[in-house]
Design a protein around this ligand. Structure first.
Ligand SMILES: [Zn+2]
Length: 286
């Protein structure tokens, strides 16, 4: 991969309402072949700078994280982790992070470098209740740690002015509404090409949309949730990126049929928009 090129993957989420469809699909097709088989929404960034070293960042580790690792991780490198919010579809794979950390056979648990993980204080407080053993390090000096995920927690804020670095890449937190009074985070990243990733959002606060539209010129790629297809397409129109990918589809969405309609929409509006799918790779200069 050329220097400064990022490679990303988008994974749609499984709907609880579409279970019958999902089961039919699972029986009838290989997940690798069918774009209609969807795990929880997640983005893996493979960031390669001038030194040629690949650094990985994964945004969200939901209920299907283990399945995603087995199906799609090619190198099993331990990524840094960023969390958008504390719902199950974003964090319930945290316990399984240890399977990626323990990849070197027979290595003593104490040799594992803790994986940096970035989350808001609100998200961390919630995880402290759900997975207290992942938050509270109670090891005494010299004690062998338990074989659980070793995480290095780093607090981020829901404020675009409070940027942070993960694996050498700068991220701008983008507060978005997930329901009427619940704030989730999207992220803006990339210097050479600018990418906005917004998963699990029902609405943009005006300030966030202005921030995306006005900082740094036209967005190269907008990856946006499809909680409401019409609202998402309206947001694509208002923000006006060079191209957009839709994520977070339920199983009501037929990938191929909807992409035909989206191709017509794209011709009309002059912005290429398509549905993403599990395992999709996008090559872009970050
Ligand atoms: Zn959620």
């Amino acid at each position: 991969m050329s220097s400064g090129t990022g490679r990303r993957r988008d994974e749609g989420k499984r709907s609880s309402s579409g279970t019958a469809d999902a089961m039919t699909l699972a029986r009838s097709s290989s997940p690798r072949l069918s774009p209609d088989v969807r795990c929880n929404t997640s983005l893996l960034i493979d960031y390669c700078q001038d030194d040629g070293v690949h650094r990985y960042i994964i945004i969200d580790v939901g209920k299907t994280f283990r399945e995603q690792v087995l199906r799609w991780f090619t190198h099993h490198k331990i990524p840094q982790i960023i969390l958008t919010h504390e719902h199950t579809d974003a964090i319930f794979g945290l316990d399984d992070v240890r399977i990626v950390q323990s990849f070197i056979p027979f290595s003593p648990p104490n040799d594992i470098d803790p994986t940096p993980i970035y989350a808001t204080k609100f998200t961390m407080d919630s995880i402290d209740i759900k997975f207290p053993y992942l938050m509270n390090k109670m090891w005494k000096e010299g004690q062998e740690v338990m074989p659980i995920a070793q995480l290095d927690w780093k607090v981020i804020e829901s404020d675009p002015d409070k940027t942070f670095m993960a694996s050498g890449l700068e991220f701008v937190p983008l507060p978005v509404l997930h329901g009427e009074d619940y704030v989730s985070l999207g992220f803006l990243f990339g210097q050479k090409s600018r990418v906005a990733y917004i998963s699990d959002a029902s609405r943009f606060p005006g300030s966030t949309e202005n921030f995306i539209s006005k900082s740094g010129g036209q967005l190269d790629l907008l990856i946006i949730d499809t909680n409401s297809l019409h609202k998402s397409l309206d947001a694509v129109k208002r923000i006006g990126p060079k191209q957009a990918l839709l994520i977070g589809m339920t199983h009501d969405y037929d990938h191929h049929k909807l992409n035909v309609l989206l191709a017509e929409w794209s011709m009309r509006e002059g912005i290429p928009v398509q549905l993403a799918y599990d395992g999709l790779r996008v090559f872009i200069d970050l």
